[in-house]
Write a protein that binds this ligand. Structure first.
Ligand SMILES: [Zn+2]
Length: 214
């Protein structure tokens, strides 16, 4: 029998034994004080978790075999950035992995001073997309549109700026809302207010999974 077969056999034997223990039977045959002592004794035994320890070891071996795992590897494009330190690029790589595809990517200042430069780089690489939307001029969290491309956004902005009522009425048919919940009243589109224009970035690219299953 190989070593791994032996370990598995012992593990299975013990697991089966534990499964066979009937708690109701213990309850009906032992006084509470005896069960209390048993509880303490069981917790005093250091039961190794070989599964966990071997998992940790395998992970360390994998990093030795693939040193790139210690650097940028989820979004390899980030390696091409020449205006950030290696450490910041790794932090950004880890951050992007934590964001779900389609969700907002923000606080770029954590990684670099020139956030515009980083945003442009990520857009160019197809990692994030720029998304525009309109909000109530007084309530930045009350959205009056769903996400828009820059062209769609500019069309709405132009209609408001030029007071093109026909165009606005057309947009109100599904694209643009004219009611703000927070104001509790209609939003007047009499003139363009810069506070209405908003931009955010959303993650659109899947991470590189090639090292996941090696
Ligand atoms: Zn409002």
């Amino acid at each position: 029998m190989s070593k791994q077969e032996e370990i598995i056999k012992k593990y299975e034997e013990f697991a089966n034994y534990l499964t066979s223990v009937n708690l109701e039977e213990l309850k009906s045959t032992m006084p509470r004080q005896v069960l209390k002592a048993l509880h303490t004794q069981l917790y005093a035994i250091n039961l190794r978790s070989l599964g966990y320890e071997i998992g940790q070891m395998v992970e360390a071996m994998k990093q030795e075999e693939y040193p790139e795992l210690l650097g940028v590897h989820h979004y390899p494009d980030l390696r091409d950035i020449d205006f950030m330190s290696e450490q910041k690029k790794i932090q950004l790589d880890d951050y992007l992995v934590s964001v779900r595809k389609g969700n907002i990517v923000y606080n770029f200042w954590r990684f670099v001073k020139d956030t515009d430069k980083l945003q442009s780089f990520l857009v160019e690489k197809g990692i994030i997309e720029e998304v525009y939307y309109l909000t109530c001029p007084y309530h930045n969290d009350e959205r009056l549109t769903s996400k828009l491309t820059l062209a769609e956004f500019n069309k709405i902005k132009e209609a408001i700026q030029t007071k093109n009522q026909d165009k606005i009425d057309e947009l109100l048919d599904g694209t643009l809302l004219d009611y703000c919940d927070a104001c509790g009243t209609d939003v007047e589109f009499g003139q363009w207010d810069e506070a209405m224009g908003n931009k955010e970035y959303r993650l659109i690219k899947d991470r590189d999974k090639s090292l996941d299953y090696v």
